[in-house]
Design a protein around this ligand. Structure first.
Ligand SMILES: [Zn+2]
Length: 269
């Protein structure tokens, strides 16, 4: 943040606080150094506050407005942190965004979805798992590892085609997803499934900043095996289409879309 942007940034912070009960932890401002004040830029940019606001506004809109958003998430403190290679992380009433990796609106929505789920004791993701016909059984996953139909290495996911752990149960959690998620990898579990499903629902064919990414997540399965996708790299896309590509490429025909659509309506009233 630059000194001249401070007034606009402060107004934005007040608005987020008052409308959505979102508190951004300020890491910029004047610091006293001896007799002179020096400006600390912090890590936030004004454009990032605007992007954050746009993402919150999009999610609130789907939930029936700012009041509903504030109530459903129960207030959220958003902070920039050093969180290694991850873009974000979330818990009840808290979202951390990476101070190193630039964030997208998709990341913000994904993390806010975790905060929503966490504010309801993670029961929303449990309900999604059930609705979509999935289950979490680590012991069954181990058995699967020994008997084949396993698309990861012996120790877990590997960063190469056909080894990233995309098949049901082939992940660290032993999560056997039901129906068709938009993707899966070694870190997939019901909580990640829920957060991605919220972002997919908000973006799917809505003509908003999430929509191109939502399309890309589905369109990759139209590629032949071994093809390079500009966002997702090389994989055996055609083999995975059976698990992830919805009927006629229409994501609204999935159980996840149905579930999140119903949930948004439920939490809007
Ligand atoms: Zn996540």
């Amino acid at each position: 943040m630059r000194p001249l942007e401070d007034t606009i940034a402060s107004a934005k912070l007040s608005q987020l606080r008052e409308d959505y009960r979102v508190e951004v932890v300020v890491d910029w401002g004047y610091e006293h150094a001896g007799n002179a004040d020096s400006w600390n830029c912090g890590t936030w940019r004004l454009s990032e506050l605007e992007k954050l606001h746009a993402a919150i506004n999009l999610m609130a809109g789907a939930m029936g407005g700012a009041d509903r958003f504030a109530q459903n998430l129960g207030g959220v403190t958003i902070k920039k942190s050093n969180i290694g290679l991850r873009g974000g992380e979330a818990a009840k009433n808290h979202v951390n965004l990476s101070e190193k990796i630039p964030f997208s609106m998709w990341t913000v929505i994904h993390e806010l979805a975790h905060a929503w789920d966490a504010n309801h004791s993670w029961k929303l993701s449990l309900a999604l798992e059930k609705y979509t016909g999935g289950y979490t059984r680590p012991i069954l996953a181990k058995a699967k590892r020994l008997t084949g139909n396993w698309d990861a290495g012996p120790l877990g996911g590997e960063n190469r085609p056909g080894k990233r752990g995309r098949l049901p149960g082939c992940n660290a959690a032993g999560y056997f997803y039901g129906d068709k998620p938009s993707g899966s990898n070694w870190r997939f579990n019901r909580k990640e499934d829920f957060a991605e499903s919220v972002a997919m629902h908000l973006g799917w064919k809505k003509g908003n900043p999430l929509s191109a990414w939502a399309d890309a997540r589905i369109d990759r399965y139209l590629l032949p095996n071994g093809a390079r996708d500009e966002n997702f790299g090389v994989d055996n896309w055609a083999d995975y289409a059976a698990y992830f590509y919805p009927p006629n490429g229409d994501y609204t025909k999935t159980k996840r879309w149905e579930f999140i659509d119903g949930l948004m309506r439920e939490y809007a009233t």
